[in-house]
Design a protein around this ligand. Structure first.
Ligand code: L14
Length: 341
């Protein structure tokens, strides 16, 4: 039998935290002891793992003694505050927040794309999990970038409410139900009604007129693909979908590839499932991606308006591959290749 590890999940009671527990269990991660951590508000609750009821403890600086791997999804503020303390205690942190992603001493990893970057975890003891929209896009684009190079990306996203958390899932549910019963819906999480609507606003607005979510896609994609010359422009939109983000991705390649060649390349790509048979009405759908770990790619076609252009429709479960699965995959490589004797 292989080595076992003491694992902590910080933010265990959230939508992503819950999925992290499910992923650790499904993927049979070599867990010795599992510690569940959350803010004081959630402490005392119990969550199920491998048939046992595990109590949630308050997340503090002292939580990480004897913990080998800490998987964080407790928000940026908690990660900024507690990841360094965890690292000082000898725990390697895999962090799902945006707090550490662009730190030059923190690797930003999608296992299908740049697993080698994990080696640099020793610098701060922290590995960052990218933004959900970035992860699925680079899973689809890395093979193209490696083969012919990418000059420019124009992406628009159609993002599920689950990324914001359980409160937003409830909000879409409650507003939809209210509307269908001719009751005035209430807005709590988002600044406008999300039911039967689209909001071109995810995360906060920045000085340059873009949202932070849009700039994450720009900066994180360049970091993961290790190429600052790629031009990227993004529009990120919240849509009334519970699970899975969809993306319209327009790519200007550095050399020509036909749609057929791109399809063949992506059929062989790790983590990608090509779903592309318009004659049978087959294309990636949010409702099909939900609950899976693959990134679905379809509507693969030449952009006839420019040289070397290609269009794709890319869909993935934002809570699984966009967050929990990607983080657990990183932890698996860390455990197997770096922390085992
Ligand atoms: O991880 O959907 O940077 O509101 C922050 C915004 C995750 C999604 C991140 C959303 C994102 C979240």
């Amino acid at each position: 039998m292989g080595e076992l590890f003491n694992v902590a999940v910080a933010g265990a009671t959230g939508a992503v935290g819950n999925q992290m527990l499910a992923c650790l269990e499904e993927r049979e991660f070599p867990v010795k002891d599992l510690k569940l951590l959350a803010t004081a508000r959630s402490a005392g609750r119990k969550l199920r793992f491998r048939g046992a009821q595990i109590p949630v403890e308050e997340l503090t600086d002292a939580s990480f003694k004897g913990v080998d791997i800490g998987i964080f999804s407790a928000g940026g503020a908690a990660s900024l505050k507690f990841a360094p303390a965890a690292a000082r205690a000898g725990c390697v942190v895999v962090d799902n927040s945006a707090a550490w992603r662009m730190d030059p001493d923190v690797p930003l990893v999608v296992p299908e794309v740049n697993p080698q970057a994990i080696a640099r975890y020793t610098s701060k003891g922290i590995i960052a999990n990218p933004n959900c929209s970035t992860i699925q896009m680079v899973v689809a684009l890395a093979p193209i970038h490696r083969k012919v190079g990418i000059r420019r990306i124009v992406v628009s996203t159609y993002q599920a409410v689950s990324g914001t958390g359980k409160k937003a899932i409830d909000e879409l549910h409650d507003q939809t139900k209210a509307m269908l019963n001719f009751i005035e819906p209430k807005e709590r999480v988002y600044p406008h009604r999300i039911a039967f609507n689209c909001l071109p606003h995810i995360d906060i607005f920045l000085e340059n007129g873009y949202t932070k979510e849009e700039m994450k896609m720009v900066d994180e994609t360049r970091k993961i693909l290790e190429d600052d010359t790629i031009g990227i422009t993004a529009t990120t939109v919240r849509v009334p979908v519970f699970f899975s983000h969809s993306e319209s991705v327009n790519v200007e390649m550095r050399q020509p590839m036909t749609a057929r060649e791109v399809r063949a390349l992506l059929e062989a790509a790790p983590g990608v499932k090509v779903v592309d048979d318009p004659s049978q009405n087959l294309y990636p759908l949010a409702i099909d991606a939900a609950g899976q770990d693959e990134t679905l790619v379809g509507r693969i076609r030449t952009d006839e308006s420019i040289a070397n252009g290609i269009n794709l429709w890319v869909v993935s479960d934002n809570i699984r591959k966009g967050a929990a699965t990607n983080a657990v995959q990183i932890a698996e490589i860390l455990a197997r290749d770096y922390l085992s004797d």
